[in-house]
Design a protein around this ligand. Structure first.
Ligand SMILES: [Zn+2]
Length: 240
């Protein structure tokens, strides 16, 4: 023969169990959210990496440009030499003058290319300074990231220990509950967003806020059977 359930005694235990389960749910949520704290830092790190790549690409591009300009200058200088050697062979004054002008023009072109090369070299120096600075920033950010990662890991470990302790407490509390009542509770916990037993708040269900008829409230007060909400099926109790 099955013993009648003593609701007067069992309901407060269920309330205690609900407290533990809500706390456990919070802790588990916290563990899930923890890694998100790294998100912003991770984004900053990726951005900084992109910035480094852009500067490196710029330097590469400018260096190629310098090489091209140097080749251009070399052939310009050879052209000047070639023209100068022609000076000895000209026959007329007019030819001589025109060749000289051509040489001067070529020299001026070469001088412009030289200036251009110097400007580009200066630009490379500037970019390399910037690259070094940004590399330092990147390293700092990386160190900060590792530190944060370690902090978060240790916080998660702490929460996991808290969960273990709470689970032990839960087991102990469950051992004082009627098994059938416990299985009703657990089914509700699973199907009602982790909230199985709720207090009456302002004459309404503390879970779905349905207004409760006075008759229902009287039934809850009698504590001789399990009273559940007509809408959400959660177990109701009076927070006295
Ligand atoms: Zn309800």
């Amino acid at each position: 023969m099955k013993m009648a359930v003593n609701y007067q005694q069992q309901i407060p235990i269920l309330v205690k169990l609900q407290e533990i389960d809500s706390f456990l749910a919070d802790l588990r949520n916290e563990i899930e959210r923890k890694p998100l704290e790294l998100g912003e830092l991770k984004l900053r790190l990726e951005e900084k990496k992109k910035q480094l790549d852009v500067i490196q690409e710029d330097i590469k591009r400018i260096k190629i440009n310098i090489k091209e300009k140097e080749l251009e200058l070399k052939s310009g200088e050879e052209e000047v030499k070639r023209l100068q050697s022609q000076l000895m062979q000209v026959k007329t004054n007019k030819e001589y003058k025109s060749l000289l002008m051509e040489i001067e023009g070529k020299k001026a072109d070469n001088s412009l290319i030289e200036d251009n090369i110097l400007d580009l070299m200066e630009e490379v120096d500037k970019k390399e300074l910037e690259l070094n600075k940004e590399r330092d920033n990147f390293k700092h950010l990386e160190a900060e990231y590792s530190k944060e990662e370690a902090r978060i890991k240790s916080e998660i470990a702490k929460i996991e220990n808290q969960i273990k302790d709470k689970e032990k407490e839960r087991e102990e509390v469950c051992s004082h509950l009627d098994t059938q009542l416990l299985s009703i509770y657990e089914r509700l916990l699973k199907n009602r967003d982790g909230l199985a037993i709720v207090p009456v708040v302002n004459d309404a269900c503390g879970g779905c806020h349905l207004s409760l008829r006075p008759q229902i409230i009287n039934e809850i007060k009698r504590k001789d059977h399990l009273v559940t909400c007509e809408r959400c099926s959660r177990i109701l109790y009076l927070d006295e």
